[in-house]
Design a binder for this molecule. Structure first.
Ligand SMILES: [Zn+2]
Length: 182
């Protein structure tokens, strides 16, 4: 599947099916991709407001997933959150994808096993990301972090969406890179 249009233009996600999602994962086994819990109400998600599909596993609190459209097709990654981390409500942190400012527990260090050989050897890539993976909704003001206000932005919403996509692509590149020859 190919995605029409330039990568630089702002795009939202087209609705994708369960089969497409399960087939998109590049850093876990086919068995894990078959078994993992998908978001509830998939067909009714606010697709027009999503730059990527991200969710936490209802049955496994330390797991999260992210599915994004890239020029060469849908890419899904599995993420792990650290367990047993003490909540710190005083410290605020920024999401490295959408640059939303959260109270301590609103951002989580999520790690992804890299694709291919590097991943099988235990290589991971980590990033501080909105713990609920709802970056798209924070950027659009459809969801608010526990902190009262977004850090004041000089960028328009479209520019913030474009920045989110650039940051997301950079994160995905790090995970995918190992599948290509050095
Ligand atoms: Zn975010």
């Amino acid at each position: 599947m190919t995605l029409a249009g330039g990568a630089a233009s702002v795009r939202n996600m087209r609705p994708v099916t369960e089969d497409e999602i399960r087939a998109s994962f590049i850093n876990c086994s086919k068995g894990e991709a078959r078994r993992l819990n998908l978001p509830r109400g998939l067909a009714d998600l606010p697709w027009d407001d999503l730059d990527f599909l991200g969710w936490r596993d209802q049955g496994a609190p330390d797991r999260g997933y992210l599915v994004a459209e890239r020029p060469d097709g849908l890419v899904g990654i599995t993420l792990r959150a650290p367990t047993g981390v003490r909540r710190s409500l005083l410290r605020s942190s920024l999401c490295s994808i959408c640059v939303t400012s959260h109270a301590g527990s609103g951002v989580s260090l999520l790690t992804a096993r890299r694709a291919g050989v590097a991943g099988r050897e235990g290589n991971t890539v980590g990033a501080y990301i909105c713990a609920d993976l709802a970056c798209s909704l924070y950027v659009r003001g459809k969801k608010r972090s526990a902190l009262a206000e977004r850090v004041s932005e000089s960028l328009t919403v479209d520019e913030q969406i474009a920045r989110t996509l650039v940051n997301l692509d950079a994160f995905l590149e790090q995970i995918l890179r190992s599948t290509q020859p050095a």
